[in-house]
Design a protein around this ligand. Structure first.
Ligand code: ADP
Length: 629
């Protein structure tokens, strides 16, 4: 177990720092590929969004261009109809761009909650389809956590791709439109001599761009460092919040008077978050002050250089307005472009992590290799499942959870697995249901390696109630049937057999009653009730092999005995496997398999095993029996 924890730790630290450092072009590739994923979800989204940003940014330039034309017409004493034509054209063009901006805005829902859910849905879809084994791997667990954390706390990741596109489109549009409107300023004029004003202005624009690069880089580094430094604080605050929210924590908070302790911890987390945010805000305001001064200098120089030419009669009044306006925008446009490059660098690693997660990264198999055979499963005859020298180690661990296991399970036979905690019983069930493949050895169904069968078909054989089963905050009937549509009578019959029919009959909304209080009319259920509903769900599946992995831990001994005796009848012609710590519940099984430290140490009927007084079963039985004597 220790080794397992170590493996998790090392994988954590390495992947966090790796995710922050990838080359720029790789970041750009990840951002573009993520844009493609968003485009695939709804093809209009990305083009409409990009066009929308383009039109928004273009609007002031259109206005500037026409203002200059109207001013020229007025200052040169042009005829009235010329002035009117310019005014009408200006109104039409401004309104046309405005309409295009509105139209594209309506066609795109790329920002906000819709995109957020679409991208989460994609993640959920992948997680539901991935092999279970993949999901339990430490690195995928951490990737999931990082994706959730960075998006919840920082708005990093694929959700920010529209933001990146926005800054790229704005930067390019502003630079292109300003150059388009101001290019004559940068051109030499015949007989003018050395245009010092223009040269100085260009120099200032370049210096301001260089300063922007260094300031944006520092801000970017600070943000990334902050993200890493705050990661622990955010995990802590998440844990604390969960603790306060859950009923279990709420009880302990009151009874152990933990309020002050928790408040102190929350305060210290908040202090650290505030400290880092302040540092960043200080740097940001300092650099924007310096940038502001530089762009004012550019504006002054623009006035000087354009004004001198205007006085010489090279530029008209309208030109002065247009050129100075456009040059002023140019340095801002360059800053936007630099910011957008940093934005790409910042979002790239997070996008890459998301892409890896959904299987669309550089290595599509990074998180989701699927093991699947093609053979259909035939169960008409007397089927049997055989474990042959099976050993298993969980991914990322060095300890054997199971070793050299040989066992045979047959139709119509009832088995019990007993053994101490951690002896490998649940692991055995996971291998049996092919949630994992053995590290060594093989498992056969009717003489064929189970890897040759289609996993989905093979898993249809089993109805399992795990110790850590989970019900959904959905109507009772849907929970039992694991489906939206269901056979009401059969659901009721299964609830009856699981010993919870009377309780269900009293629910105001019957099978339509939502479980848990996520919904207003939901009901809270006790641990015992939940277990019985989970058992009813296993019965409804009507699978050939039923597995109950300590499903009765929350039940009283009478309810447990009742369920086991009912199960004998229900599963008479099926295979059944029970795991229970109450050995008395297992004594009626045909075969009892005793696990100890990952090995099968004994196998036989209750009487046979009890007669072996030096065996593990005898020791376990005696240990329990002494409390009842
Ligand atoms: P049992 O069901 O008999 O209590 P398990 O099969 O749950 O035992 O566990 C067997 C061993 O495998 C234990 O040492 C346990 O710590 C380890 N183990 C169980 N689940 C995991 C897991 N997901 N990752 C790593 N080790 C695990």
């Amino acid at each position: 177990m220790k080794k397992y924890i170590k493996a998790r730790k090392s994988s954590h630290t390495s992947t966090v720092s790796e995710s922050a450092k990838i080359p720029f072009f790789k970041s750009l590739g990840s951002v573009l590929r993520t844009a493609k994923v968003i485009f695939r979800m709804d093809w209009r989204n990305i083009p409409a969004f990009v066009l929308n940003q383009f039109f928004i940014t273009l609007q002031p330039f259109v206005a500037l261009f026409f203002s200059a034309r109207i001013l020229d017409a007025l200052s040169t004493g042009a005829e009235r109809h010329v002035v009117i034509t310019w005014v009408v054209t200006a109104v039409f063009c401004n309104y046309g761009v405005y309409l295009l901006e509105r139209f594209t805005a309506c066609s795109s829902n790329v920002e906000g909650i819709t995109l957020y859910w679409q991208l989460y849905q994609e993640m959920s879809r992948v997680m539901m389809r991935a092999d279970y084994e993949e999901l339990e791997k430490p690195d995928i667990g951490l990737a999931k956590e990082r994706i959730y954390r960075s998006t919840r706390m920082f708005w990093y990741g694929p959700w920010e791709v529209p933001g990146v596109l926005m800054s790229v489109v704005q930067g390019i549009t502003v630079v292109a439109a300003s150059l388009g409107l101001a290019w004559p300023v940068f051109m030499p004029v015949a007989g003018e001599g050395i245009p010092w004003g223009t040269i100085l202005m260009v120099l200032f624009i370049l210096v301001s761009a260089l300063y922007s690069i260094s300031a944006e880089t520092r801000l970017y580094r600070m943000k990334e460092d902050g993200l890493e430094k705050l990661a622990v604080q955010f995990r802590r605050s998440n844990f604390l919040y969960g603790y306060i929210r859950e009923t279990q924590g709420a009880k302990d908070i009151r009874l152990y008077n933990q309020q002050k302790m928790i408040q102190k911890q929350s305060r210290s987390i908040l202090d650290k978050i505030e400290g880092l945010s302040k540092e960043r805000a200080d740097l940001s305001s300092r650099s924007s002050g310096i940038r502001g001064a530089m762009s004012q200098a550019v504006v002054c120089l623009a006035y000087v250089s354009v004004g001198i030419r205007a006085l010489k009669g090279v530029f008209s009044v309208g030109n002065v307005v247009q050129y100075v306006g456009a040059v002023t925008q140019l340095s801002e446009g360059i800053r936007m472009m630099i910011y957008s490059l940093q934005h790409i660098r910042m979002q790239g690693p997070h996008c890459q992590e998301y892409l890896d997660f959904i299987g669309e990264g550089d290595d599509p198999r990074k998180y989701r290799h699927r093991r699947d055979g093609k053979e259909p499963v035939e169960l008409n005859k007397d089927w049997e499942i055989v474990f042959e020298n099976v050993s298993f180690r969980y991914p990322g661990t060095e300890e054997w959870a199971l070793q050299d296991l040989n066992i045979r399970l047959k139709k119509g036979h009832h088995y019990a697995l007993v053994g101490m905690n951690g002896s490998g019983k649940t692991t055995f069930v996971k291998l049996l249901c092919r949630l994992y493949d053995p590290t060594k050895g093989r498992i056969f169904l009717n003489g064929k390696d189970i890897r040759e069968y289609s996993t989905a078909e093979y898993q249809r054989i089993f109805a399992v109630v795990f110790q850590d089963f989970q019900l959904l905050a959905l109507p009772l009937g849907e929970n039992v049937a694991a489906s939206v549509g269901y056979d009401k009578e059969r659901v009721q019959e299964c609830l009856e057999k699981a010993g919870i029919g009377d309780w269900a009959a009293k629910l105001p909304k019957g099978l339509k009653q939502p479980l848990y209080t996520v919904e207003e009319d939901g009901v809270n259920i006790s641990g015992g009730e939940a277990q019985k509903i989970a058992i009813a769900r296993a019965l409804y599946k009507d699978a050939p092999f039923v597995v109950l992995d300590e499903p009765t831990a929350a039940l009283d001994p009478i309810a447990e005995a009742e369920i086991y005796s009912k199960f004998r009848d229900i599963t008479d012609q099926k295979g059944a496997l029970y795991i229970s710590h109450r050995l008395s519940s297992c004594r009626f099984c045909d075969t009892i398999a005793v696990f100890h430290e990952g090995r099968l140490v004994q196998e036989g009927s209750h009487e046979e095993l009890l007669s072996q007084t030096d065996g593990q079963y005898f020791r376990l039985w005696e240990a329990q029996a002494q409390w009842y004597r």
